[in-house]
Design a protein around this ligand. Structure first.
Ligand code: F3S
Length: 417
């Protein structure tokens, strides 16, 4: 493997043991995959900072080891949701012992010099990478958004390689870091969206889920969609395509920056692998994500990925003064940047008044939910609907925001199509 003099000095321990250890991990892994050099990065997003129900201790051990050896991040580094809402953890009934572990994790990453974003949507505020920037991101939706919508370049890093990259400022030069790996391998042509519409956010979640399932980790390009797709729809598309198919980069012709037209983003072979998709196909996807064994609901969950101001405003508008039914919890997950705007706009006050709880800093999948008796959930998130049945043991249905609000105020799930 070719290393610069600076990288050789890091390995030799000239810049401290933590940086040396992290670069050693990266070099060994890179060599195992036949990668011949490293690339300097200008930003990182860490996922290993969540103290969660699964692998919390291993993550904490790693963070404390890096801190113990003097590790500091070398590039602006944002952090994924942690294991608790830092301010309102009591309201969400998170046990104190678990909170204590979360605090240790938070302290470790603050000691490393990371930015306390605690969000899976770091692209909504803070450090937003530009087109062409080499970065090292973990968290599948953030990766898909950064690559596809922003045009930055990152493979799908996972714990703990992204931490090593943040500490060293270097990443193995492979996969989506390289332009030749960013061309589309297969093509999806969207035909008639009915019974959905192009202005329906759920349409993009279902389409993402469909495309991801059929892509199997390859790079898809989508045609037939209108320009001007809103950011939330792209966010939800990215989360879905990454959940069902491990996709780290997608292109939408006329919408995402690397796809001005089909010919320049897909080779002849890619263009020959064409699938036509219609709204009828997406109804099947919706059926796949809906468990119809119950029509009751005890949790309505929005904000997976973390909700935007627009999504929260939509909830307030649709609620229009109605309150959440007894026996139902309606939760919206978001980040501190969005929450401060919700406070300033009076939206959080209205949500609280109508019985909606807003959480920040965290993700339900990290929490112990033992103090709640949830068995069935409704969500607008294909990602949540994909993982919750197995990971949280919840019967799950997917609806648009109107359908989620309707479930919250009535306590029942109804089919609106
Ligand atoms: Fe974010 Fe957790 Fe969903 S990290 S994308 S809220 S699973």
């Amino acid at each position: 493997m070719k290393l610069s003099n600076y990288e050789k000095d890091i390995l030799a321990g000239k810049y401290g043991p933590a940086k040396g250890l992290c670069l050693k991990i990266e070099v060994e892994l890179a060599e195992a995959y036949g990668v011949d050099r490293l690339v300097p990065i200008s930003g990182a997003h860490i996922d290993a900072n969540s103290y969660g129900r699964v692998s919390g201790e291993a993550k904490l051990d790693f963070a404390r080891r890096v801190v113990g050896e003097g590790g500091k991040v070398s590039v602006p580094t944002t952090l994924n949701p942690g294991g608790r809402d830092i301010t309102r953890w009591r309201e969400f009934r998170i046990p104190e012992g678990f909170v204590h572990k979360c605090e240790m994790m938070e302290e470790a990453y603050m000691e490393m010099g990371a930015i306390p974003t605690w969000t899976c949507t770091p692209y909504t505020y803070g450090t937003v990478p530009c087109r062409g920037e080499q970065i090292a991101y973990a968290e599948s939706n953030a990766i898909a958004f950064a690559n596809s919508v922003l045009g930055a370049k990152t493979p799908r890093y996972g714990d703990f390689l992204e931490v090593c990259a943040a500490i060293t400022g270097r990443a193995p030069y492979f996969d989506l870091h390289k332009d030749e790996n960013r061309l589309a391998d297969l093509w999806f042509q969207v035909e008639d969206p009915k019974p959905f519409s192009y202005s329906d956010d759920l349409f993009y979640s279902l389409l993402g889920y469909y495309v991801g399932s059929a892509s199997g980790g390859q790079v898809p390009v989508i045609t037939g969609l209108p320009t001007g797709i809103n950011r939330d729809a792209l966010k939800n598309f990215g989360a879905a395509v990454a959940s069902s198919g491990g996709v780290g980069l997608f292109h939408i012709v006329g919408v995402t920056p690397e796809a001005p037209d089909l010919e320049s983003i897909a080779s002849e072979e890619g263009r020959s692998r064409r699938t036509d998709v219609s709204g009828r196909d997406l109804l099947d996807v919706r059926g796949e994500l809906n468990d119809t064994s119950t029509d009751g609901v005890d949790l309505v969950l929005l904000g997976c990925p973390h909700a935007s101001v627009r999504e929260c405003q939509l909830v307030v508008d649709v609620l229009s003064g109605r309150t959440v039914a007894d026996g139902v919890e309606f939760w919206i997950q978001t980040n501190r940047g969005v929450y401060s705007w919700l406070e300033g706009m009076g939206i959080s006050r209205r949500l609280r008044k109508e019985g909606v709880r807003v959480s920040t800093d965290s993700c339900l999948f990290n929490w112990p939910l033992d103090n709640w008796n949830f068995s069935s959930a409704v969500t607008n998130s294909a990602k949540f609907a994909h993982y919750a049945p197995n990971e949280l043991n919840l019967t799950t249905s997917i609806r648009d925001i109107n359908g989620c609000v309707s479930a919250a105020v009535t306590g029942g799930v109804y089919d609106e199509l």
